[in-house]
Design a protein around this ligand. Structure first.
Ligand code: NAD
Length: 449
């Protein structure tokens, strides 16, 4: 294929080179409109919610979702009634998704550990769930009942006592969140649900608000996926609230060699591109033959899929590319530098290559584990870090909702034994009052003893 051809997806040719991390970070495809850019848009929205509460939330709903909900809190009977109209096949699928997610997440629960450091001296790590969390469920271009499952299951297994869900009001559904989202909430036993979306929902959870008799108390942690505005609001409010990770517009990277099935690869790239025009699809391969075949398959699939325009925009955007490399070794450098939300491995020895991946939100090994399996029913969590955050953050899990609190218990003899060292270090830091606090209890200890 000549370079003058207009491609469905850009190409980046790294053959003949083994770039380092700095060069890769500069070269690899990223969206032009990123979280940093979106901060300017979300700041006034967040400040308006902080200052005007419910009134700001209604105005934002009208402006961004085209509807003013009758109330921000969805009445409990509306939540429960949604199950009555749920398609039985969707109900069965949701129940299976919940069942598998519970199996996997139950294994993530932590037990307290007590370590005896010295005679009479112990440190216990006590795992305590966050008191109250706000769970964001997207509902703009698509609706995401699966994200109800992915948020609620780990929060419940962590033992969070108070959890609330927010999802954008839907014009076609009387201003309430989509009924499938409400039904998923009901199936999971969640009844505190709000009709609010985007940055304003994150702000509402962070600050809390009153509406008539109702109060939405502020939360300590907001989790869940969302578009670029949701991710930007999480970044802006981090500190006031905890966040899981920036789980913004979806990304898929595929590391493949000539043994890969081009149609499987193309179908997976399209499946993630359909989330958002800002979604990223990246194929990293050492095979020009595969790259050409995937591109041909993409051409066919993009034309045939339901959301052609959205997918075509995502694939053609600056955030997507076919990256050509010399071999799988360099391919691993590239995917580790890119730190994709989702990484698929389609190589001859997929499990061995997958074992060498260091940075990814989730890894899908071989041709029978497509990302869409993980989106719904693998048992894994689909709320995953984006924008390179997978090099330092994890996907949502039970751990996301827990804090480890160290409980320190020393008796007098144990303090006496180590007290001299505390005094020495306190003096070394020019914080002598620290040492004096020990000497007030055990005056006879000698520094360094
Ligand atoms: P959404 O609920 O995230 O966003 C809709 C809201 O965005 C609207 O309610 C509105 O408030 C706000 N908004 C829209 N345009 C705006 C503008 N111009 N200015 C300010 N606010 C605006 O739903 P969505 O749009 O369908 O996006 C869902 C996103 O979630 C997609 O990007 C998808 O890729 C992503 N996702 C990520 C993960 C993950 O774990 N990383 C998982 C699933 C989905």
């Amino acid at each position: 294929m000549s370079e003058s051809v207009i491609r469905v997806i850009p190409r980046l040719d790294l053959r003949g080179r083994r770039p380092g991390l700095r060069e890769l970070r500069a070269a690899l495809p990223r969206a032009e409109f990123d979280v940093e850019t979106a901060l300017a848009t979300v700041r006034p929205i967040v400040e308006d919610v902080r200052d005007r509460g419910a009134a700001a939330l209604h105005d934002a709903a009208e402006r961004f979702d085209g509807v003013r909900p009758a109330s921000l809190r969805v009445p409990a009977e509306v939540v429960s009634a949604a199950v009555d109209t749920l398609d039985p096949a969707v109900r069965a699928a949701l129940e299976e998704s919940i069942r598998r997610a519970r199996i996997v997440h139950a294994d993530q629960r932590r037990t307290d550990t007590t370590t005896r450091v010295a005679d009479g001296g112990t440190v216990t790590e006590r795992w305590v769930p966050v008191d109250r969390v706000g769970l964001y469920v997207p509902g703009g271009l698509a609706v995401y009942p699966s994200s109800v499952v992915m948020n609620v299951v780990p929060a419940q297994l962590a033992g969070v006592p108070s959890l609330a869900v927010a999802s954008p009001p839907q014009r076609d559904h009387g201003g309430w969140p989509h009924p499938t989202i409400l039904a998923a909430c009901h199936l999971l036993g969640v009844d505190e649900v709000y009709a609010m979306g985007g940055a304003q929902a994150v702000a509402a959870f962070a600050y809390g608000f009153d509406e008539g008799e109702q109060t939405c108390e502020p939360v300590s942690l907001v989790t869940g996926p969302g578009n670029i505005y949701v991710a930007a609001a999480k970044r802006l409010l981090k500190g006031l609230i905890g966040i899981d990770a920036e789980a913004g517009p979806t990304e898929i990277a595929v590391l493949a060699d000539v043994t890969a099935d081009p149609d499987h690869v193309a179908s997976d790239l399209v499946s993630q591109a359909e989330h958002d025009p800002l979604a990223a699809a990246v194929l990293v391969t050492d095979s020009v033959e595969l790259a050409d075949a995937v591109e041909a398959a993409l051409g066919r699939r993009v034309a045939a899929t339901k959301h052609t325009e959205r997918v075509a925009t995502a694939l053609a955007g600056r955030q997507s590319a076919v990256v050509l490399v010399d071999d799988v070794e360099v391919g691993l450098d590239v995917v580790n530098a890119y730190a994709a939300e989702h990484l698929e491995i389609h190589t001859a020895d997929a499990a061995a290559v997958a074992a060498r991946v260091r940075n990814a939100g989730a890894v899908f090994v071989g041709t029978w584990a497509p990302v869409s399996l993980g989106d719904y029913c693998a048992g894994s969590n689909h709320v995953l870090p984006t924008g390179g955050c997978a090099c330092h953050s994890s996907g949502l899990s039970v751990q996301s909702f827990l804090r480890g609190i160290h409980v320190v218990e020393y008796d007098e003899a144990a303090l006496r034994e180590v007290g001299g060292h505390v005094v020495s270090l306190a003096r070394a830091e020019d914080l002598p009052a620290h040492g004096e606090a020990v000497l007030a209890r055990v005056p006879e200890v000698e520094p360094g003893a």
